[in-house]
Design a protein around this ligand. Structure first.
Ligand code: SF4
Length: 361
């Protein structure tokens, strides 16, 4: 079995480690590029959401490299995510690809879910399963921490690309780490290196932006045009509403924590029930950023994503009620870097001016 998976952001490091440690031959999809997107756009239905198109492109590129099995999550609910696996399976079949799917999906019943888990874990015993999961989880936490720290360091880079170079090296080491102690040591060294870059006294003077929206677009650097990096280079502290750990906790019931539901409660006056995806959470996170004194929020929304369209419909009211500026960027295959950059730069200029005025008063 040559297995591949849907990559998103830096989660690939943990997913690969997890699959490798269960003894699978992993064929990672090549990093997403415009070619990946064009392949997805060519074969996916026109109105499918962007993550479906990109991951379809990822699969086809991985199949070209020899993958014969795809690992994916499934499910039901108001959001289309639950249908991805089935839609993509049919598209690949119609294209003549003879691929096995392992879909982790409780809606097919416990027996089928159990069979899928057996395949993923290679029928390993419980001790091995726990050990592999523990290491993969430690990597998830480390990846998130690396990303969070990088947001504080980028505005103070001593030369362009400094933070990215350090991250690249750290990710390589993290990928090779085969025990928890090693992961912690790598993280601690990374913290020390970044401490030398971060000017702690100036952090409070930076314009602070919260990034909210649909999870794949928020976390996948290719899809969001490396927005965190661009904001950092503009001297902005950009914090995500969530990182990979939160998404695992949201979408895998085994890891779910009460904290997620508590955080969402604040959105109830605006959206009374879940609309799927991150729709309700987008509102909750915007309020959270406003209450934490952030200067603005950037809302990332894949074009045709219903949950984010619903959220967008009430964001203007939230923005007024909580006195926080919100910029919504709707992203699809037509979106270009130049357009995104212009809108972000104009938004940041406006926030910087407001902040200067506030300080001057
Ligand atoms: S949240 Fe939106 S973009 Fe994501 S899978 Fe659901 S409908 Fe598609």
């Amino acid at each position: 079995m040559k297995i591949t998976y849907p990559p998103f952001g830096d989660a690939r490091i943990a997913i690969e480690s997890f699959l490798r440690d269960f003894g699978h031959e992993v064929i990672p999809p090549p990093p997403s590029t415009n070619r990946t997107l064009s392949i997805g756009v060519k074969y996916a239905p026109e109105f499918a959401c962007l993550p479906l198109k990109i991951t379809l492109g990822n699969y086809i590129e991985a199949i070209e490299k020899g993958a014969d099995t795809i690992l994916m999550l499934g499910g039901i609910g108001p959001c289309r995510f639950g249908y991805y696996a089935e839609v993509q399976r049919r598209i690949l079949k119609d294209l003549g690809y003879d691929i096995d799917w392992i879909v982790l999906d409780l809606s097919n019943g416990w027996i089928n879910l159990f069979k899928s888990i057996e395949k993923v874990t290679n029928r390993s015993n419980i001790i091995k399963v726990m050990k592999v999961l523990r290491l993969a989880w430690e990597k998830v936490l480390a990846i998130d921490e690396i990303e969070k720290i990088s947001r504080r360091a980028r505005p103070f880079e001593r030369y362009k690309g400094e933070v990215d170079n350090i991250i690249r090296e750290t990710h390589k080491r993290l990928d090779q780490a085969n025990n928890i102690l090693k992961v912690r040591q790598i993280l601690s060294e990374y913290r020390e290196t970044m401490d030398e870059i971060i000017d702690k006294n100036s952090l409070k003077d930076l314009v602070k932006i919260g990034i909210v929206g649909e999870f794949y677009v928020v976390l996948d650097h290719f899809t969001n045009f490396e927005i965190a990096k661009r904001l950092g280079e503009l001297g902005v502290l950009a914090e995500n509403a969530f990182y990979i750990e939160d998404i695992v906790r949201i979408y895998l019931p085994l890891f779910r924590s009460k904290d997620i539901d508590e955080r969402t409660r604040v959105a109830l006056p605006y959206i009374r029930r879940s609309v799927g995806g991150e729709g309700q959470r987008t509102i909750a996170h915007t309020i959270e950023f406003a209450e934490r004194g952030f200067d603005g929020v950037i809302h990332l929304s894949p074009f045709t994503c219903m949950p984010e369209i619903v959220a967008d419909g009430v964001l203007e009211k939230v923005s007024k009620d909580y006195n926080i500026q919100v910029l919504t960027l709707s992203i699809d295959e037509q979106t270009g870097l130049a357009g995104i950059t212009t809108r972000i730069e104009a938004f940041i200029d406006m926030l910087k001016t407001k902040k200067r005025r506030r300080i001057a008063v």
